[in-house]
Design a protein. Structure first.
Length: 35
C-alpha cells in the first residue's frame, strides 16, 4: 500500500540503514534495521 511504497522509497536513499515506526504512545510498531 502507500505506506509500504513510502518506506521502500526511504530505504533506497543512500546512507539509510533502517527505520523505526513508533506510535504516539511511544510504542515500537515497525522496525527494519540492516538487511
Amino acid at each position: 500500500a502507500e505506506v509500504d511504497d513510502t518506506l521502500k522509497r526511504i530505504q533506497e536513499h543512500k546512507g539509510v540503514q533502517g527505520y523505526l515506526i513508533i506510535n504516539s504512545d511511544g510504542k515500537l510498531m515497525i522496525e527494519q534495521l540492516g538487511e
